[in-house]
Design a protein around this ligand. Sequence first.
Ligand SMILES: *Cc1c(COP(=O)(O)O)cnc(C)c1O
Length: 505
Amino acid sequence: MTKEMGLIMKYISTRGNQQELQSAEAIIAGIAADGGLFVPTSLPNLEAGFIENLIDLTYQERAQKVLAKFLVDYTAEELEKCVNNAYGDANFDSPAVAPTVNFGKENSVLELWHGPTSAFKDMALQLLPQLMSTALQKTGEKAEIVILVATSGDTGKAALEGFKDVEQIRIMVFYPQDGVSQIQRLQMVSQKGSNVAVVAVNGNFDDAQTGVKNIFSDKAFNTELNTKGFQLSSANSINWGRLVPQIVYYFSSYADLLKNNKIKNGDKVNFVVPTGNFGNILAGYYAKTMGLPINKLICASNANNVLTDFLKTGTYNKKRAFYKTNTPSMDILISSNLERLLYHIGGGDRAQVKEWMTALNTNGEYSVNKTYVDKIQEAFWADWASDEQTAAKIKEVYDQYNYIVDTHTAVAWEVADRYKLKTGDNRPNIIVSTASPYKFNESVLKALDATKVVNTDEFKMLDELEKLNATKVPAGLSSLRNAEILHSKQCVKEDMAVTVKKLLY
Ligand SMILES: *Cc1c(COP(=O)(O)O)cnc(C)c1O
């Protein structure tokens, strides 16, 4: 693909006729004015040799090559600076950044939790602020950007770490009061930085996310903020700048398997992804459509298995019980990024996407037609694991490999094994590991040895877990022991917009 052709790639809303934007503009905006998500107008093709050429590169260099396919309005120098700032050893405790660890012949684990907050959100949220900051310079945008984040736990801290003290940007994080772990809460309420705010919302994650979405689509409110010199943006995975960094590690993991002679170039692999908002796995779908040899993207859910049902039947129905599980980062009933998949599956039929998203909003459900279902099932396979199955898998993996996985990763591992059993597919499964086990220490410890959970002090449990684990407690978590609480704001879910205003002026 020539540079000129590359420049043709622009970004449009999944839902309507908003004008085409450059990627820098789409990253600043976050969400489209009509409530849709930005998607690229065309998908890049890989030139021959693209994947082999990644083998001997660092993660940063691989990232630069993959990002350049989508962020065509950024110069090579800009991208180089962004990835070096994001993925340096000041932020990541593995020089490989996202290493792939092999277990036996058939299973590999892609560890995405070596960043500052010990969860995979760092992969995107260390880079997004760099991309956004560069975008502000490129576009000459003068407004102060206000990042609003709704979090089920991990995004909030990762976004705060990424955006803290970034010039011309403020960040406000809303988390469900009773929907995050003690460690997750501590990570957020102890956040330093002159431009950060952290607020507890009385509701679940979907309440917080709906609140943020409503603020984004409230035209009068946005106009009022604009006149005061502020512009809202998003660091949730609805922002294209959140999604695009995640495409990189699918390529990087494949390149690592090539490098270690686990596969030959062109061999197809499966990625098994513990899924909530459908951001991580959608990045895998972009990699697959670009030509990365992926056989199936396996969507692993917990008891909130709305995606399992959708991928199996074509009906998305959010009208169901909401469960609090031992995988809280996947306790989600509205998976926002599915909208982008529908756009691409339907060849860009925006009226259709809009109709379904409206139906979801008003009736709580929609059904796609058979053509969509068939195309989706070509690329995806889905199943879910209960809390009990998840705990049993943690124990089983530990007994077999002396390796400790977190609950979310265990969901993926359980579904990976089931996939193999049900389909007989013996291609390598790459299990996408989204959090350090220390981040969900209570559930993990309970799974390994319930007698160790003698009280609910999270730090005692960190110590107990460390005794069983080959790797140490990450610095970002052990430092929380003495962390000062800096944020104690609360609001009811109806008052989120008012809270934003109060924090700004
Ligand atoms: C966010 C998160 C997920 C879900 O990722 P999505 O992109 O929302 O599908 C899974 N596991 C962990 C640990 C997470 O933090």
